[in-house]
Design a protein around this ligand. Structure first.
Ligand code: 5AD
Length: 346
């Protein structure tokens, strides 16, 4: 039964909502291994055994939003805030380029200080200095015009997780001023402008049901994003969700594999959150169909301040400076870290 669903997902790249539920809840034991093997085979058919790396620059921890799950939410008065200067960001890129990174991801809270013009200037500067590199932005919900301005400045990709496709569930994770509808509109705008666009979810976020995950699958199938970010929810002690249980490794891996089979060419990171809940979480993610890792290029002095969740790892193989360690760990499971832009396969 489960195997038949896996085969059909592999062949047709879609299931009904009910079938997704059956698969997500039912893939245990040998069926689960079968799912992962099919997902790996799919990833290898498109990208071989290459693992793409992205240098993640967490350039501001100021955020005007107040998402209930997030450690850098506006309401966390204990968070120590920082903002990298343009010079510091350029220095991160210089270091990253020397280490072999050919994609820089500028991620931050929604920080009004970094306005449209400042960010456009920064994108231009990075693309001018490193024309062979891709720039990915991940700075939240903006207008079509703003996204267009940054695209015209040279930004290649944009990450904006939709968090959950179900509007009622979304409303339980975010304050009233945020909406699932607006977030989805942003994603459609990004696609229309021409960005390689990434959506995504947390697995095991409070009140998430299997039906919600099935709805996420159907939403992602319709959006057809070039990238999907999936990691377990991990509580942060200074948020309203501090006592909520974390998402599990097992369920996150199943979701990664299902997404790989549904969107064969998608760029799918084994996330830092996955590496945080289990020491070999990222390797296991690769073996479930992921093909990207995003080591941290932020200066050591600020790394501990970008705490989206408790115990976020930041100094081991997830540090860009330790790319040699990451390379060894990927090689140990049969994969090769490559120095390439790693664009979506067309
Ligand atoms: N646990 C796991 N992931 C989180 N994020 C934010 N807070 C948490 C948390 N507590 C994720 C969100 C966001 C991305 C930048 O980090 O999905 O989109």
């Amino acid at each position: 039964m489960i195997r038949e669903l896996i085969d059909r997902l592999e062949g047709q790249h879609i299931l009904t909502k009910e079938e997704f539920c059956t698969l997500i809840d039912g893939a245990g034991g040998e069926d689960r291994e079968y799912l992962f093997a099919r997902a790996r085979r799919q990833a290898q058919a498109v990208y071989g055994r290459a693992v793409f790396v992205r240098g993640l620059i967490e350039f501001t921890s100021f955020c005007k939003n107040n998402c209930y799950y997030c450690g850098i939410r506006r309401g966390n008065s204990q968070a120590s805030r920082y903002r990298l200067t343009e010079e510091e960001i350029m220095e991160c890129c210089r270091e990253g380029y020397a280490l072999g990174f050919r994609t820089f991801v500028l991620q931050g809270g929604e920080d009004p200080w970094y306005d449209d013009e400042k960010l456009a200037g920064l994108v231009r500067q990075i693309k001018g200095a490193y024309p062979d590199c891709a720039v990915t932005l991940s700075v939240g919900e903006k207008s079509y015009e703003t996204y267009k301005k940054w695209f015209d400045a040279g930004a290649d990709r944009y990450l904006l997780r939709h968090e959950t496709a179900n509007p009622e569930h979304y409303a339980r994770l975010h304050p009233e001023e945020m909406s699932s509808a607006h977030r989805k509109q942003c994603l459609r705008d990004l696609k229309a402008i021409g960005y390689q666009t990434g959506c995504g979810i947390m697995v095991g976020s409070p009140w998430q049901t299997t039906e919600h995950l099935a709805e996420d699958m159907i939403f992602m199938h319709d959006l057809n994003p070039e990238m999907v970010g999936i990691g377990p929810f991990i509580p942060h002690s200074q948020t309203p969700f501090k006592d909520k249980p974390p998402g599990t490794l097992e369920r996150t891996l199943i979701l990664l594999a299902v997404v790989r089979l549904m969107l064969p060419r998608v760029l799918l990171p084994a996330t830092t959150a996955l590496g945080t809940i289990h020491p070999t979480g990222r390797e296991q993610g690769i073996l479930a169909g992921a093909n990207v890792v995003m080591p941290n290029l932020s200066p050591l002095s600020v790394r501990k301040k970008y705490m989206l969740y408790d115990n976020k790892i930041s100094t081991g193989a997830e540090a860009a400076s330790n790319i040699a360690e990451l390379r060894r760990r990927m090689e140990a499971v049969g994969y090769e870290v490559v120095a390439a832009r790693g664009d979506y396969a067309v």
